[in-house]
Design a protein. Structure first.
Length: 145
């Protein structure tokens, strides 16, 4: 699923002032957990090149917006909370979901297709290009794990 960056308007330069009213939407409620992860991801925009001192790329602004858009429009309506978020070394954004021993990682990229990766009990299970079908399949699998 190559999540659109045009469906949401977020002022990344004002990320430090983000609160729940910034994301109010009559269609859904955003959980406190998801709101905190959105705020964390918005702060990734302030990271410099080489943010980890190992040569990592600055997180890509469009990848951040894609990840936020995904949480708002795909996960929150399904009442699915994010467990962890992080920038990757190549500028992508990682969003992790976890239930029981199951884990799903969503990787949002601006330069290639977004990915979904599943593991069980910390062992690799499956990987696919993120689209509506794979998302629903992996979320259903995660909820049963």
């Amino acid at each position: 699923m190559n999540t659109s960056v045009n469906n949401i308007s977020i002022n990344l330069s004002g990320a430090q002032n983000v609160d729940s009213s910034t994301f109010s939407n009559p269609r859904m409620d955003i959980s406190v957990a998801n709101l905190k992860h959105i705020q964390t991801m918005l702060a990734f925009d302030k990271l410099p090149e080489n943010w980890d001192s190992y040569g990592s790329n600055k997180p890509n602004r469009a990848a951040i917006v894609k990840a936020v858009n995904f949480i708002l429009n795909q996960l929150s309506p399904q009442k699915q909370d994010v467990f962890f978020t992080a920038p990757t070394t190549d500028g992508d954004i990682l969003v992790e979901l976890k239930e029981g021993k199951g884990q799903v990682e969503l990787i949002f990229s601006i330069e290639e297709d977004d990915k979904i990766i599943a593991s069980y009990n910390s062992e690799f299970y499956a990987e696919a290009i993120l689209n509506k079908t794979t998302l629903n399949s992996y979320i259903n699998w995660l909820r049963k794990s």
